[in-house]
Design a protein around this ligand. Sequence first.
Ligand SMILES: [Fe+2]
Ligand SMILES: [Fe+2]
Length: 208
Amino acid sequence: MDSALFVDQLLKEVMDDQEEKKRQIRLEGLDEQAELPEFVIKHWLNFAVYYEKAATYFIADWLKTTKEPDAFVNFAHQIRDEANHYVWLRKYLQEYTDPDAFTPPKEWRYLMEEYYPGLDHLVERLAAHNIASESAALGFMEFALDRFPESIRNTVEKVAKDEHFHVSFGCTLLKKYCTTPELQERALKATREAMKLMRQAREVFVQI
Ligand SMILES: [Fe+2]
Ligand SMILES: [Fe+2]
């Protein structure tokens, strides 16, 4: 299949999955309009801070095995972004709790510390993380965004802008490099597995 068409179809599959999940993320028993209670903000920040730091680590590891110059420079840019996100969001978390006290659930640790770091091929990394996970992260960021305190909201909007860039260079590079049926099969398999693992991670997140 033409790689541009492949990426368009992959993106559509990922976005349809997001839509489905968006409907499920409503937190049971919370007033839909009121400002978020402190425990929800703290909970959200704990997960977001963990996600950003874990992403910084495994993308940094990926660099060692990234030979394509354009992917190398984009991943390097992404590492700086994720590190910034970690530092910015951690500052807010510190206002609520000890930012180092959080123990992530095993579903999140498996995804962020085993599954993504273990992806060997550039096309799997781009498809399963840059496209599937980062667009899901955007949904997660946008979750109840208008009900966050203003300072956090402004920062999250800045983070979301960077995440859009990570998805977009993921698409551009995947179109360039994912050109054979074997590679497309590999990218698709990794993406579907990532979506399954993210679904489990999201279920844990909403169980506050
Ligand atoms: Fe990020
Ligand atoms: Fe990102």
